[in-house]
Ligand binder design. Structure first.
Ligand SMILES: [Zn+2]
Length: 214
């Protein structure tokens, strides 16, 4: 069942430690099948290097396990909350990547200061209110922060959630959020960092969506 989605979600999860976005078994990637609405997610507490497409857990929109012997990630409820409230989202990534989380720990938004990230998501990255970890409350805080079109948020004192039209796109956003956070933190050593003008962000975001890639 959903072989392609299992492969994409497994590969996405393996990219998290490979890119320094997580340590241990923290962090998770999921994807939603557009036809059936079935969500495929990393199993709970399994090392990234032991993950196989067959060990991904398939659940329905209520979180009932449809296939697989393993328990789903403890963050499944947050992923499902996001999918329920964002019909345009088909992939979700969660990490505690340290530079982006340094904004979360201070309750700061990442300013929309750099073209690579603003081209990709069309905004800065808001920081949510404090929310109870691994509960619907975190999902609600993320949706409050991103609204009906935002693709990334840092969750206060916790970490990063990104979204995309696929698991692969959500992963790409997570990588760019961490790169932007690192660059902004380095730039802030020499003084304040300002956001690009809104109209430029909107123009470049539209251009990128229409023009980038094959
Ligand atoms: Zn977490």
């Amino acid at each position: 069942m959903l072989e392609k989605l299992r492969e994409e979600v497994c590969a996405g999860n393996r990219e998290l430690p490979a890119n320094g976005l997580v340590v241990g078994t923290g962090g998770n990637v999921s994807g939603r099948d557009p036809d059936s609405g079935i969500v495929v997610i990393k199993p709970s507490g399994v090392s990234f290097d032991q993950l196989e497409p067959s060990s991904m857990v398939a659940v329905d929109s209520e979180g009932r396990v449809l296939e697989g012997d393993l328990k789903p990630s403890v963050d499944l409820g947050i992923h499902l909350y996001i999918y329920r409230h964002r019909p345009d989202v088909f992939g979700v990534v969660h990490t505690h990547s340290p530079y982006a989380t340094s904004f979360a720990v201070r309750g700061e938004d990442l300013p929309a200061a750099l073209t690579p990230l603003t081209h990709l998501i069309g905004s800065g990255v808001p920081c949510t209110r404090w929310a109870t970890p691994a509960a619907d409350d975190t999902g609600a805080a993320i949706i409050e922060a991103v609204g009906d079109s935002g693709l990334a948020a840092v969750v206060a004192r916790h970490g990063v959630f990104t979204m995309g039209r696929s698991a692969s796109e959500a992963l790409k956003v997570a990588l760019h959020v961490e790169e932007a956070a690192l660059t902004i933190r380095m730039a802030q050593l020499s003084g304040p960092v300002t956001a690009l003008p809104d109209e430029e962000i909107k123009r470049c975001f539209a251009w990128y969506r229409e023009s980038y890639g094959q």
